[in-house]
Design a protein around this ligand. Structure first.
Ligand SMILES: Cc1ncc(COP(=O)(O)O)c(C=O)c1O
Length: 353
């Protein structure tokens, strides 16, 4: 059998999503929270996990978590869908919406890679609209593409990964207003931006919000939350695999809601770290950081950046390097680490430059 003959062309033409496996002492490449959980929370987690009935399937649809997050976000439970990370929720959306040959999934570029990968794997044609030179939305082009193609899904990462800033709210409202398809506002970095469309759900029935626990110290759980119109959630539930969220994540997710204040204490420290890093990067000759509302900073480098990237690795610091020949061609992205990690990164970068 010729396996390649039965695989979709869109899948054949892709590379698997590459996660950097370089082992470095200081890991600042994946927008994770660098701090381990406080011992009190860890203890509470292990106590709860002791009682887990491992011989049973977890509750399908995570009803407890759905209730908890509905309360947490102040919305009705029928607006909430829990996923195995927001990656899975993106995939569920892409699986549920109709494909159209003129382009059914639209997003600005550069942005989070999974929108494109997921769209191609689920058989969609994509419309990519480059950001303008201030890294904002090119709203006229996006509105033109909406009129021409009527995309079923538009993804807007808010703040945008990897550029770091939040798009202009008026631009986003125009897109919500004009689109007859779903507009997914991915608020993965909400805890660092404080900016949200959560309170606008009643204004637009095509508004979908994504949140995740991955950036606030619980990346290993794989827990994402979708908040949208009840009838959309109703249909998405048919696409969701029955036992998509394992029991450990369900239990710890509920604990997060109960103790969110303690889990989120760390965000202020990360925001202060971001300010410190930004100022330090601004002062390094040959480096230009872009303002960020997230837990990472994009910076361009006026030297051979692949060389700089390699030399940072030699010094034990891993950041994210970009290979695309677009607006990012001179850029790297650094995640805000602990105070010590930030200092070591800055020292290493100064030495390299
Ligand atoms: C914009 C954005 N959305 C979603 C995700 C993935 O979140 P999760 O870990 O919940 O799948 C990321 C991860 O980096 C991201 O940058």
């Amino acid at each position: 059998m010729d396996i390649e003959k039965i695989i979709k062309t869109a899948v054949l033409s892709q590379e698997a999503y590459a996660v950097e496996e370089t082992l470095c002492r200081i890991k600042l490449d994946a927008n994770e929270n660098p701090y381990p959980l406080p011992p009190g929370l860890k203890r509470m987690i292990s106590e709860r996990l002791e009682a887990v009935p491992l011989n049973r399937y977890p509750a399908p649809g995570s009803p407890g978590l759905r209730r908890d997050f509905a309360r947490y976000y102040g919305v009705d439970e029928d607006r909430v869908l829990i996923g195995n990370g927001s990656d899975e929720l993106i995939h569920i959306l892409l699986t549920a919406v109709s494909a159209s040959p003129s382009g059914s999934v639209m997003f600005p570029i550069p942005t989070f890679a999974m929108y494109k990968i997921g769209a191609l794997n689920t058989g969609h044609d994509i419309i990519e609209v480059p950001l303008d030179d201030r890294l904002g939305l090119d709203t006229d082009s996006m509105l033109g593409a909406i009129a021409d193609n009527q995309p079923s899904l538009i993804f807007l990462s808010y703040p945008n990964n990897p550029t770091g800033g939040c798009f202009d709210r008026d631009d986003m409202e125009k897109i919500l207003e004009t689109s007859n398809g779903l507009v997914v506002i991915d608020e993965a970095y909400f805890n660092f931006s404080g900016k949200t469309f959560l309170h606008d759900l009643d204004r637009w029935n095509n508004l979908v919000i994504l949140r995740t626990l991955s950036k606030v110290g619980l990346a290993a759980l794989r827990l994402g939350i979708l908040i949208g119109h009840p009838s959309l959630v109703h249909h998405l539930n048919k696409v969701r695999l029955p036992y998509n969220v394992n029991i450990f994540s369900q239990i710890i997710g509920s604990l997060f809601v109960e103790h969110s204040g303690e889990f989120l204490e760390i965000t202020d420290r990360i925001i202060s770290g971001r300010k410190w890093l930004f100022n330090e990067l601004t002062a390094i000759e040959g480096i230009h950081p872009y303002p960020s509302d997230a837990n990472f900073i994009l910076f361009s480098c006026f030297m051979d950046k692949d060389d700089v990237y390699g030399r940072l690795i030699d010094r034990g610091v891993l950041v994210k390097n970009f290979t695309a020949p677009d607006i990012l061609k001179n850029c790297m992205r650094v995640t805000v680490g602990t105070e010590e990690e930030n200092r070591e990164f800055v020292e290493a970068l100064k030495a390299v430059m």
